[in-house]
Design a protein around this ligand. Structure first.
Ligand code: ZN
Length: 218
C-alpha cells in the first residue's frame, strides 16, 4: 500500500526543485549533520562545505522556500529537514551511538532506509499515550509493540505553512484501531488513511530511501 494519490512528499518536492549541485550538496550536508544528532547552523555548514556564510544563508532560504527544511527566525539555525527535527518530538529514534528526533511516524520509519542503519524508535499512542516501540533494519521492520500498532496518515492538505507544521503533527502511531477510532471521533473524523506498521514502513522507505541515494555532487 502506498501513499494516497495527490499527497506530495518531500521526495516529490525535491524532484520538482531541480537543485543545482551546490544546493544539493548543502541539502545533503544538512541531513548528514542532523543524522549525527547535531543541529546544523550557518557557521557549521560554511566550515564543512567551504562556502561563504552569506551564500549558505541564501541557499538555506531557497531550500526552506520549497519546504525541504525549516530555519529559525534568525536564518542561522536549521530547525528541521525531513525526516529530522533538531528539537525533540514524540518520535525518538536511536541509532548506533546517538539519538535523533523524527518529524512524524512515517519520517521515523523512513530513517533506516535513508541511512542504511538499524534503528529503535520510541513513540506514543496518539490517543492514550501508551509507549510504542519499534525496531527496524533498512529493509524491514523486525519487531514492534504493541503488535496492533497502526499509523494514521491525514490526507487533508493545508497550504498555510510547511508540512512539518501542518501535516506532520498528525502523522502518528496508535496502539490499536479502537484508540485510532476514538481519536478520530474527538478530532471530527478528519480525512486520512490507516497504515499497518509494515505498510507505514514501506511508505517511509519509498519517501526517504532515495533522499541520500546517488553520488554526492562535488
Ligand atoms: Zn492507545
Amino acid at each position: 500500500m502506498s501513499l494516497p494519490d495527490g499527497v506530495k512528499t518531500v521526495a516529490d518536492r525535491l524532484r520538482a526543485a531541480r537543485l543545482n549541485p551546490q544546493e544539493d550538496k548543502i541539502r545533503r550536508r544538512v541531513l548528514s549533520i542532523l543524522a549525527l544528532g547535531v543541529t546544523p547552523t550557518v557557521s557549521i555548514l560554511a566550515e564543512r562545505c567551504e562556502i561563504a556564510p552569506d551564500h549558505i544563508r541564501e541557499i538555506l532560504g531557497r531550500l526552506a522556500a520549497i519546504d525541504l527544511l525549516l530555519v529559525d527566525a534568525t536564518a542561522e539555525i536549521v530547525l528541521a529537514a525531513y525526516p529530522f527535527s533538531a528539537t525533540p518530538t514524540p518520535h525518538r529514534v536511536r541509532l548506533v551511538g546517538r539519538e535523533v528526533f523524527a518529524l512524524c511516524a512515517v519520517d521515523a520509519l523512513g530513517i533506516p532506509a535513508m541511512l542504511q542503519e538499524e534503528v529503535r524508535i520510541s513513540s506514543h499512542c496518539g490517543h492514550c499515550g501508551a509507549l510504542v516501540e519499534i525496531q527496524a533494519r533498512p529493509e524491514c521492520v523486525t519487531r514492534y509493540v504493541p503488535t496492533e500498532t497502526l499509523v494514521w496518515f491525514p490526507t487533508s492538505e493545508n497550504q498555510c505553512c510547511p508540512v512539518a507544521e501542518s501535516r506532520c503533527p498528525s502523522i502518528g502511531f496508535f496502539c490499536s484501531s479502537d484508540h485510532l477510532e476514538a481519536w478520530r471521533q474527538i478530532k471530527g473524523q478528519p480525512p486520512g488513511v490507516v497504515f499497518s506498521l509494515p505498510e507505514a514502513f514501506e511508505a517511509g522507505k519509498e519517501i526517504f530511501g532515495s533522499l541520500l541515494a546517488g553520488a554526492s555532487p562535488r
